[in-house]
Design a protein around this ligand. Structure first.
Ligand code: UDP
Length: 324
């Protein structure tokens, strides 16, 4: 078996590549290192079944070649992270929409299975908790940059479902809920690696807004395992699946936990959104997935709780510091 992972040098992509290599699969990855990093895949480079292409998914000729060579495509290449989205809206929209168009167009010509990584962000301001895959998506105004990410990903979803319906290209859409683990960088906004780094550096932990907003954090290993299983399940095709955890925590409580677990003397400070991101920034208050659909299909069950996830991130950050 051969798989192609776009964004394979990224946080989730590199974990997925690792798992496939462990299972004897031939792994091709393409990454332009815009947010991914060579460090994430350094340990895989010596494996003869690992093939890395430093390029963008916009390179249609190379993509055609790679899709030709592989049986299944995991399209993870995207502009991610709230900070990046707010600061580079053109890049976000173009990468997310054009990249997916190219992948689906080429894959459909060869009828290759495509797993499209979408996001819980598409639920937007919905308060129909827990979020079900067929629930309404509630977006904010187009003048608020943040929503361009949700809209671009929602368009990717429409496109993936349309390619299945109209062109019989086997597509599977996954909505990932705040995935966390080693190799995730806090550079683009992700809260757990940011809090952990701040706590270890003795810097204040910056809680945005009131800190009463909540999230459910998902262990990267659970996400990767679910991606592999869904890609190999014939009934997954044409469907949308939440992948996440239902253990909800407020961001303020999260900061407190990180502070205790790192034994840090850092203060926890509140920072208004317009200072953290931009004026008029809108956050999502709660984001909890319904996991019924994925549980029913592949028996999905999160294996690590929040404490376990934070422990892993702390350990990774400490090791990284030692290796410098
Ligand atoms: N957040 C925070 N401090 C930070 C980074 C993020 O308080 O340094 C908050 C952010 O406003 C959001 C939550 O933590 O409410 C999760 O942010 P993240 O960027 O990790 O993911 P999101 O759920 O926003 O996609």
């Amino acid at each position: 078996m051969r798989v192609l992972i776009t964004g394979g040098a990224g946080f989730i992509g590199s974990h997925l590549a690792e798992v496939f290599l462990e299972r004897g699969v031939e792994v091709y990855i393409i990454d332009d290192l815009s947010t991914g990093s060579v460090e994430n895949i350094e340990h895989l480079q010596a494996n003869p079944r690992f093939h890395y292409f430093f390029d963008t998914v916009m390179n249609r000729f190379l993509m055609a070649e790679l899709i030709d060579r592989t049986d299944c495509i995991f399209h993870l290449a995207a502009a991610v992270g709230v900070r990046l989205i707010v600061e580079s809206p053109v890049r976000t929209i173009e990468t997310n929409v054009k990249g997916t168009e190219i992948v689906l167009d080429l894959a459909s010509k060869k009828k290759k299975t495509v797993v499209i990584a979408s996001t819980s962000e598409v639920y937007g301001k919905s308060n129909a908790i827990p979020f079900c895959e067929d629930g309404d998506l509630v977006m904010g105004a187009t003048t608020k940059g943040r929503w361009s990410y949700a809209c671009s990903k929602a368009l990717d979803e429409f496109l993936a479902l349309a390619y299945w319906k109209e062109k019989q290209c086997p597509t599977i859409v996954v909505r990932l809920f705040n995935t966390v683990g080693p190799r995730q960088t806090g550079q683009y906004g992700m809260v757990i690696p940011r809090f952990v780094q701040q706590a270890l550096d003795g810097q204040p932990l910056t809680v945005f807004g009131t800190g009463q907003q909540s999230r459910c954090f998902t262990w990267v290993g659970d996400v990767v395992d679910a991606l592999v299983q869904l890609s190999q399940h014939s009934e997954a095709v044409g469907g949308i699946y939440n992948i996440g955890s239902t253990q909800e925590v407020s961001i303020h409580d999260l900061a407190q936990r990180v502070k205790v677990m790192t034994d840090s003397q850092s203060d926890i400070i509140l920072m208004p959104y317009d200072q953290a991101y931009e004026s008029g920034f809108e956050d999502m208050e709660r984001r909890v997935p319904s996991l019924r659909k994925i549980q029913k299909l592949i028996g999905y069950k999160p294996t690590r709780d929040l404490t376990g996830i934070i422990e892993e991130v702390i350990q990774y950050a400490k090791q990284k510091e030692l290796s410098f």
